[in-house]
Design a protein around this ligand. Structure first.
Ligand code: NAG
Ligand code: NAG
Length: 598
């Protein structure tokens, strides 16, 4: 494989279209300037980010008309209503967003600006076709999305747009079939608005790959845009689109939402069709949405899942019961002797969110109480001295080898990647070894090749599927059922990640000694530390989660909080609900106005 690319390069001379190595990437100065060079030690990668990103961020201001600025600020719901009334055409709206996307291209929200620079023309063509259809057959034929442009996550298979999943070795490949979700959006008269940047096959919380560069965050040059749906998060926060499609395996919808100060909806697994998005783990992957407003999430969800958003009953805030458990999200640790595959804090040491994130969390509780919500300060019950959730999530390693939903479920990753490359790209000349070889690391927090090397032990995977998910779900629902909770509110993550602190593992949050009660800040953390407990630890259970923006901290960096629901509608026991694709579309709420939990 590598030899044939070398030959191809020799023939094609200096044009260097396939970026196979360091020398080649450096030939394109723009892209090499946005991904760290090879061979640097972690502190040097951090230094590189500090020097390279601020100049890339300081672009010239966009020259736009008042009308273009108005269109950019519209919510998806506002656009759809205006298009329906004929106050805007699909072409006018899409043109204004395309203009912004092109202007901010150096921020790398989208992929393939180098080898498919005219991809936006195809987006505009689609908009014109829908306008023509409306003119001939009536505006109602564009329902329910009315030509809404929706950026797709860069991992998804698309026939019309390059489908590289962020891997340099696939940088020119197109899919022969669209992902199911893409088909769904097109069938609802939405427009595929290109492909947003991702790390190689979504395997990092930094949205960086050497073929497309790193995605910048509109709030500050050194803030990461989160990952792996960082292109989606930055596109929405940069007003390139009101909503974008994301996917979450262990936090990839919620991390970009947190970092970009927007909403991230990670629904119950199965809520949106996942086929055609390779994902990382068969039981953890789920497509979701990043959006600037809750209203847009409901509008889109209704359009995609065939219900009328205005028919969703609203529950009065005075009737909401919101749990705020301390364990495992405020004092986060793996119980002593519990399975701890990623080196998280272990009892009696707890990791605690940074002071600023905690301050937002406390302020949210105060605001909810003031608005009349019932804030329930209760913990998951303990049995034999151990919190039941801790016991179910981190099985004891005592006496036998540990089986971990957070480690062994990634054993399906390389198989999923290989299958996707074969089924959707038909690229049988590219092997997993090629993909891993091309997944370059960028400091301690960005090593996308690593996950693909985890091997699948079928016995362990069966144990996760059949035992750990059910045990986890039963434990998770105990707090909800015992306290009759509608949802729980927890801090978003532990710290705010910047490119340089993730690269050198110097991100800061608090550490608590649970024996002495002493608490101090410590700057020794990186990406998996940030999110492990808050977005990966419950991911093997099908339940709904939402990252909610909570404003800016003292450094003007966005901070988010998470709401999570019960696993399955009230009263259900077991995972049966998670296999009913039709029911999963609408059980997000029920008609009686009580929270359904999905
Ligand atoms: C490279 O970057 C410069 C400066 O940011 C910009 O003017 C130029 O258009 C870029 N070239 C390409 C091919 O993206
Ligand atoms: C935590 O506090 C206890 C009691 O003061 C002390 O014995 C222990 O060494 C402390 N642990 C750490 C890791 O500092």
């Amino acid at each position: 494989m590598l030899r044939s690319i070398g030959l191809w390069l020799a023939i094609s001379g200096t044009t260097c279209q396939i970026i196979t190595d360091h020398t080649c990437a450096d030939a394109d100065t723009n892209r090499s300037r946005s991904f760290p060079p090879r061979g640097l030690a972690p502190p040097a990668v951090a230094q590189w980010f500090r020097e390279a990103l601020p100049p890339r961020w300081s672009g010239r201001p966009l020259d736009s008309t008042a009308r273009e600025r108005q269109l950019a600020r519209w919510s998806a719901a506002e656009y759809m209503a205006a298009r329906k009334k004929g106050e805007v055409s699909c072409e006018e709206y899409v043109s204004s967003l395309v203009k912004r996307a092109k202007h901010y291209r150096e921020m790398n929200q989208f992929m393939n600006w180098d080898n498919d620079p005219h991809w936006t023309e195809r987006v505009l063509d689609h908009a014109r076709r829908l306008d023509a259809q409306a003119a001939q057959q009536g505006i109602d034929t564009l329902a329910p999305l009315y030509g809404l442009p929706l950026p797709m996550k860069g991992t998804m298979a698309t026939k019309e747009f390059i489908s590289s999943a962020g891997s340099g070795v696939l940088h020119h490949r197109r899919a022969r079939e669209d992902a199911e979700f893409v088909k769904l959006v097109v069938s609802k008269h939405g427009i595929v608005f290109g492909k947003t940047n991702v790390p190689d096959f979504a395997a990092s919380l930094l949205t960086c790959n050497y073929a497309n560069g790193c995605t910048l965050n509109p709030h500050a040059p050194l803030l990461t845009s989160g990952g792996s749906s960082g292109g989606a998060g930055s596109a929405v926060a940069s007003y390139l689109a009101p909503v974008a499609v994301s996917e979450d395996t262990g936090g990839s919808t919620r991390s970009p939402a947190f970092s970009n100060g927007i909403f991230g909806y990670d629904p119950t697994r199965g809520h949106y069709p996942n086929a055609g998005n390779p994902g990382m783990s068969l039981i953890l992957d789920q497509l979701g949405l990043n959006a600037r407003s809750l209203k847009d999430l409901v509008a889109l969800d209704g359009a995609l899942c065939d219900y009328d958003p205005s028919s969703v009953p609203e529950k009065k805030i005075q009737d909401l019961r919101i749990g705020v458990p301390i364990y495992p999200f405020v004092e986060a640790y793996v119980p002593s002797g519990g399975d701890n595959p990623w080196g998280f804090a272990e009892y009696p040491t707890a990791w605690v969110p940074s002071r600023e994130i905690l301050a937002k969390y406390e302020a949210a509780k105060v605001a909810l109480r003031a608005a009349g919500a019932q804030v329930v300060e209760k913990e998951w019950p303990s049995e034999e001295g151990t919190n039941v959730l801790a016991k179910a999530f981190f099985p004891d390693e005592d006496g036998r080898e540990a089986v971990s939903p957070y480690y062994h479920s990634f054993g399906t990753f390389s198989g999923q990647v290989a299958q996707w490359i074969h089924d959707y790209l038909g690229a049988d000349d590219v092997s997993i070894a090629d993909v891993i070889a091309h997944a370059r690391s960028a400091g301690l927090g960005h090593t996308p090749g690593r996950f693909m090397e985890l091997e699948l032990d079928e016995t362990k995977f069966s144990f996760i599927l059949q035992e750990l998910r059910l045990a986890g779900q039963a434990a998770w629902n105990r707090l909800f059922d015992q306290e009759d909770l509608d949802l729980i509110l927890v801090p978003g993550f532990l710290h705010v990640p910047t490119y340089d602190c993730v690269a050198s593992s110097t991100c800061e949050h608090q550490v608590k000694n649970l024996t002495s009660g002493e608490i101090r800040s410590s700057a020794e953390f990186s990406s998996l530390h940030q999110i492990f407990m808050h977005s990966l630890s419950m991911k093997h259970i099908p339940l709904p989660k939402m990252m909610i923006p909570a404003g800016l901290d003292a450094s003007q960096h966005p901070v988010g909080l998470q709401m999570m629901g019960r696993a399955g509608p009230k009263g259900t026991v077991g995972l049966g609900y998670s296999y009913d694709a039709e029911a999963l579309k609408t059980v997000a709420w029920d008609r009686k106005g009580s929270s359904g939990g999905l």
